[in-house]
Ligand binder design. Structure first.
Ligand code: ATP
Length: 308
């Protein structure tokens, strides 16, 4: 992954009738990352993806694609493969012919490239079998294959694992990791299925009621969900100084003035004693951990997201 921003939205807003369904969304997606847009049904994920893909016009705000000034706007759009809502398969056609049709429409038909896509999406051996006879997982993979026609640098995928059985979910996850690792494709994926995104994405954007509540990396999320010592004192800044003096580095002061320490948890009792000796009143001290599901519940309110 590089530090280069490949997709940036600024104050992206969509109003349907009188309803603001996407509200001033600022997203920054780095080249080579897998960015997971996560939120419950109706949160506004599809609408954001459509505006980024250029199939819905923003009411306000802008979408900026890649920082490569040499590329024209239409070239940048062409370098984006999308699977939003229905993959638009021709059910009477084979996987190969579906891909061929798309390639012809884009003016880039090359038999070898189609075969390469078929192999990537694990549908090489489907021969003349019609797409209408495929399992849901195979159809989803073919949908991703269609998005891959034209060799895009970025994939925009709206809930591609929705409704799949566990085997289908694993196949899509492995496919996306392969596309990211081996082909360097940046992926923007939406989902309400936490357990699946958590094994896939490098960055999260948490969305609720059209607003991005938080953007964080997978490491930051793991850190927030890891086991930690949580303390509350009457003087958080002095507590932080004492911690630094004692060689603690991996800690943070949270919004509620509680301090979370992610190291040397076994020293909780002696730390408590030390703080008291320094004249600091400790009103709470406990070792806590949060699982990913509960973290999202806390952020989005107890209406919550659905786990797979
Ligand atoms: P889901 O997973 O259910 O599709 P989502 O997070 O993708 O949820 P959106 O599809 O973006 O959410 O919809 C956000 C809100 O905008 C919803 O309340 C939806 O009813 C509304 N909406 C979406 N498209 C339109 C439209 N064309 N006209 C009016 N309202 C719309």
């Amino acid at each position: 992954m590089t530090n280069e921003t490949i997709i940036e939205t600024t104050n992206l807003t969509k109003i349907y009738g009188r309803r603001k369904v996407v509200d001033s969304v600022n997203l920054s997606i780095k080249r080579g990352s897998i960015y997971g847009l996560i939120g419950r049904n109706g949160a506004g994920k599809t609408t954001i993806l459509k505006m980024i893909a250029g199939t819905a016009a923003p009411s306000f705000g802008t979408v900026t694609l890649s920082s490569d000034e040499n590329e024209t706007y239409s070239l940048k759009r062409k370098s984006m493969g999308t699977l939003i809502e229905d993959p638009g398969l021709f059910y009477e056609m084979s996987a190969f012919d579906n891909l061929k049709m798309k390639a012809i429409a884009l003016g880039c038909y090359d038999k070898n490239e189609i075969n390469e896509i078929l192999s990537l999406i694990g549908l090489s051996n489907t021969g003349k079998k019609k797409a209408g006879k495929f399992s849901l997982g195979m159809r989803q993979r073919l949908g991703i294959g269609l998005a891959l026609v034209g060799n895009p640098k970025t994939l925009i995928l709206d809930e591609p694992i929705n409704g799949l059985d566990p085997q289908g979910i694993v196949e899509i996850r492995e496919l996306l990791l392969k596309l990211n690792n081996e082909k360097g494709i940046t992926i923007l994926i939406s989902s309400h299925i936490l357990s699946e995104l958590s094994r896939l994405v490098s960055h999260y954007g948490i969305i609720d009621h059209g607003c991005i509540l938080e953007e964080l990396t997978a490491d930051e999320l793991m850190n927030k969900c890891s086991t930690r010592l949580e303390i509350a004192t009457d003087n958080p800044s002095l507590t932080a100084e004492v911690l630094k003096e004692k060689g603690y580095v991996n800690f943070e002061i949270c919004e509620n003035n509680r301090i979370r320490i992610y190291e040397r948890l076994e020293e909780a009792a002696s730390l408590n004693k030390l703080l008291v000796e320094k004249g600091i009143m400790v009103s709470h001290l406990a070792v806590n951990s949060t699982d990913v599901e509960n973290y999202f519940l806390d952020i989005t309110g107890k209406g919550g997201l659905k786990n797979a």
